[in-house]
Design a binder for this molecule. Structure first.
Ligand code: TXA
Ligand code: MG
Length: 316
């Protein structure tokens, strides 16, 4: 079920089966992006609505032009600097991409994951891999093979084990509207790093109920236990009668009486916090608690994506 056998993964994928794949961001539920049966299986296993398009994964920058046309200069510049890496490019699709992948949109989301196992896999396949995060629709993304197994294990042929994800947040998604860069999802590549390279971009990551891109929906990435975000001391005071789980950034909040506590990064390091976020949310979700109390992290660099996920986790 969980293993490191790339050959086995290749055989399954070539036969139209699904395999969970490791990436530096989160684990993906991978299938042949050019095979409609495989794509349909992905939607089914994830319980994902057909209006939510899938990202395709390729091995190299050279392959971008196989699946996209009219690629802007800025996209190549970004690709040259950041790919393979936690950035997804939203580009005009070429005819070989089935419209099931893009939910009917003319644009396709493409990314080049930076993980040695998946790099090797993509090198050996002669098709791109469609891979949404390997979690049931709306739940927290998986950052270990065990996370995948615990929820989708029964419906999957194989989970390729690449260890815990290095970055731990989904890729940043960027597209181009009238020549300007637009961020549709804040993620594992900081907006600041993108702006240093191509100048000011627009950030549309907070639009609410746009059904063409449900990853942007207000409620997403959510644990089952309710979660509130704010000042931990105040929130703890307001919810004294409940069994509490604390999700803190740096502080241990020794003075707060809670059933359980997690600290994202004792040193206040945003990369470490990003890497721990989803695993800690999942761990809290398994405890016998009534409410998760969390706090915002500094709104800069990866902190912007962490706060975005916290915000969506609270929306019900
Ligand atoms: O880091 C990642 O991007 C991970 C790993 C596995 O690669 N994948 C991932 O996929 O997060 P998923 O499906 O969970 O999130 C992709 C988001 C969705 O919110 C989807 O709506 C949006 O990207 N998306 C995909 N294709 C799109 C398109 N053609 N136009 C607009 N949004 C698109
Ligand atoms: Mg997802």
């Amino acid at each position: 079920m969980i293993g490191k056998n790339i050959e086995k993964a290749i055989q399954l994928l070539e036969a139209g089966k699904l395999v969970a794949i490791p990436t530096e961001t989160v684990y993906g539920l991978g299938g042949n992006a050019l095979n409609e049966d495989a794509i349909l299986k992905i939607f089914k296993v994830k319980n994902r609505p057909f209006f939510d398009p899938l990202i395709i994964h390729v091995g190299s920058v050279e392959q971008l032009s196989q699946y996209a046309i009219n690629i802007p200069e800025e996209a190549y510049l970004l690709a040259k600097h950041f790919l393979p890496g936690p950035l997804t490019l939203l580009l005009h699709k070429s005819d070989v991409i089935p419209s099931l992948i893009t939910a009917g949109s003319e644009r396709v989301a493409i990314r080049i994951p930076n993980h040695p196992i998946t790099q090797e896999l993509l090198k050996q396949l002669d098709f791109p891999l469609a891979a949404p995060s390997a979690n049931p629709f709306g739940y927290i993304s998986p950052t270990t093979p065990q996370h995948v197994a615990s929820q989708l294990g029964g419906q999957l042929e194989y989970i390729l084990d690449g260890g815990p994800c290095n970055i731990g947040l989904e890729s940043t998604i960027i597209g181009f509207e009238k020549g300007q860069g637009v961020i549709y999802r804040k993620g594992g590549l900081a907006v600041e790093a993108i702006e240093d390279l191509i100048g000011k971009v627009a950030v549309k990551a907070h639009s609410t109920s746009n059904p063409s891109s449900p990853g942007l929906l207000k409620s997403h990435y959510a644990p089952t236990v309710p979660i509130v975000v704010g000042n931990i001391l105040e929130l703890a005071g307001q919810n004294k009668n409940q069994r509490l789980g604390i999700l803190a950034f740096q502080d241990t909040y020794a003075e707060v009486d809670a059933t359980t506590k997690r600290v994202l990064s004792p040193n206040g390091d945003l990369s470490e916090a990003a890497k721990n976020l989803f695993a800690m949310m999942r761990a809290l979700d398994k405890e016998s608690i009534d409410l998760i109390i969390a706090e915002w992290v500094p709104e800069k660099g990866l902190g912007r994506a962490i706060n975005d996920r916290l915000k969506r986790a609270t929306a019900k």
